[in-house]
Design a protein around this ligand. Structure first.
Ligand code: AMP
Length: 503
């Protein structure tokens, strides 16, 4: 009886006596052990009355048992709905209610907050803590490890992942077995993953990067993972010698580079470093290569589409680009107004089509129609270009586009120039309300450690390099840019901070 994700990702663990996961304490967990845990959790979930198609919201710490719970959802056909551990009560309530979840699994330490939410929304509540213990685990122990996975087709839903929703309501992206399996296959193949790989895994597993890109690829290829609860530089340095590959967000790389004891020697045996979820500065790429000799492989994807493009494993990995469309994925750049393909090299909205593209937004048919065309192309909302060799570059998000005095300004163009100026570590350009221009361009800068920024010199340099309408009308220096857990700069917070600048 087929169940695509179970058959290819989970079933192979059942007969594997070798290590599949090593946790932060050095405890080794075999494939069989994880499979047994997953099956006992599956039995516990059906014991609670959950059936395939029901939604299970999960807000728990990253543990091997949490990964086993994902595997249990696959085996039972229950739709997995992982939630950021930072979400507040109000946020969790929105997801539980919007998804119509039948079960909420949470940390027992948050039971007082979570249990009433479950109750109000007609869901059951079970716990799983940072040691993989709790009421659900207790039920699993009693339920035993015998479980027959349910039949699923490629089109059946495996997960709903809510988008980070920096503007408006967060939307639930419906991901099918085929969406996830096709992407895991392509990535494992493109990045040459096999059973000898040991992935240093420090990403959260409530997000597409850590759950699907990292965990699915390793499960599919028969490799293993060093499964750390989060990124801590000293832990990374400690475990690097045992790994062959690492997947990270750009902040992982900048933090490692800021650590003098992170040496090339520590990475000599490594096969691959990848980056995604937020833009990797070309400068970080170059510094990493200078320190280690490794060229980070940058790729691009999103919750709704899984991965779309990747720099090549063997060919040229171009800093500042997100590489070429993955096999089976079509990418085109279109005019935001007309939807027509723009001239080669021109900026426009990135649209993608392929087996990786989601089934639509949960209970939001109108939003789905707005963003997912009938011909299967998904309008990503990212603005990008494709160069003559087919490499895709991301310039920014459509909603970040600044329209000032009727002119379109892409923040990335200005940020790239700012980042070259003396004393500037990084920058963010945003638009804020302006009485004359509608929006005004402003630049928010962070200084390199121990250096100061000469804002007058920056303004002068901008005057030489950019048309007047693109020049920042205000330059602010801050200690840090606000970032979310995936390392993305939260421009909405910056816009809020400077909203009254020209009022
Ligand atoms: P999420 O759905 O949280 O994975 O966020 C997806 C968004 O992250 C994309 O639409 C892009 O805006 C951004 N993103 C992902 N990978 C990259 C990358 N390599 N470079 C720049 N932006 C990226």
């Amino acid at each position: 009886m087929p169940n695509p994700l179970y058959d290819h990702l989970v079933a192979p663990l059942a007969t594997r006596s070798s290590t599949f996961l090593t946790d932060a304490r050095g405890k080794e967990i075999s494939g069989k052990n994880l499979h047994d845990t997953a099956m006992s959790l599956a039995a516990a979930l059906t014991g609670l009355g959950l059936k395939s198609g029901d939604r299970m919201a999960v807000q728990v710490e990253k543990t091997p048992e949490a990964l086993a719970l994902y595997c249990a959802a696959i085996a039972t056909g229950i739709v997995f709905l992982p939630l950021n551990t930072a979400y507040t009560a109000a946020e969790v309530e929105y997801f539980v209610s919007d998804a119509g979840a039948s079960l909420l699994v949470g940390d027992p330490a948050k039971a007082e907050m979570l249990s009433p939410i479950a109750q109000r929304n007609g869901a059951q509540f079970e716990t799983l803590d940072a040691d993989g213990e709790g009421s659900l685990r207790n039920r699993a122990r009693v339920a035993g490890t015998k479980f027959a996975p349910v039949t699923r087709s490629g089109d059946d839903l495996a997960a709903i992942l809510y988008t980070s929703g920096t503007t408006g309501r967060s939307k639930g992206a419906m991901l099918s077995h085929e969406n996830l399996l096709s992407n895991a296959r392509v990535l494992a193949d493109e990045w040459r993953f096999d059973e000898n790989d040991v992935l240093l895994h420090a990403l959260p597993i409530f997000h597409t990067h850590g759950l699907f890109v990292a965990s699915n690829v390793v499960m599919l290829s028969g490799g293993s993972m060093i499964f750390l609860p989060g990124f801590k530089t000293d832990e990374m340095l400690k475990w690097l010698p045992r790994a062959t590959t690492m997947m990270g967000v750009p902040t992982f790389y900048t933090r490692l580079l800021d650590t003098p004891t992170f040496t090339g020697e520590l990475t000599r045996h490594m096969r691959l470093f990848t980056s995604g979820s937020a833009p990797l500065l070309a400068e970080t790429h170059q510094r990493f290569e200078a320190r280690t000799g490794h060229r980070i492989l940058e790729r691009y994807g999103m919750t709704e589409t899984n991965m779309n493009t990747s720099n090549p494993y063997d060919g040229e990995r171009r800093a500042g680009t997100v590489g070429l469309p993955l096999p089976g994925v079509e990418v085109k750049i279109t005019d935001p107004e007309s939807g027509e393909v723009v001239q080669q090299g021109e900026p426009g909205v990135i649209e993608v089509r392929g087996p990786n593209v989601f089934k639509g937004y949960w209970r939001m048919p109108e939003k789905t129609r707005e963003e997912l065309r009938e011909n299967g192309f998904f309008i990503t909302g990212d603005i990008g270009t494709i160069d003559a060799d087919g490499y895709v570059s991301i310039i920014g998000r459509q909603k970040d586009l600044i329209i000032t005095g009727g002119y379109n300004v892409y923040p990335k163009e200005i940020e790239l120039i700012l980042d070259e100026q003396p004393g500037i570590l990084e920058s963010a350009v945003v638009g804020v309300p302006h009485p004359d221009f509608g929006e005004a361009v402003i630049a928010v800068l962070v200084a390199r450690p121990g250096e100061t920024i000469d804002t007058a010199a920056v303004a002068a340099a901008m005057g030489e390099r950019l048309a007047r309408f693109k020049q920042p009308k205000h330059v602010a220096v801050v200690a840090d840019l606000p970032r979310n857990t995936m390392g993305k700069v939260q421009k909405n917070l910056l816009r809020q901070q400077f909203v009254s600048l020209f009022a």
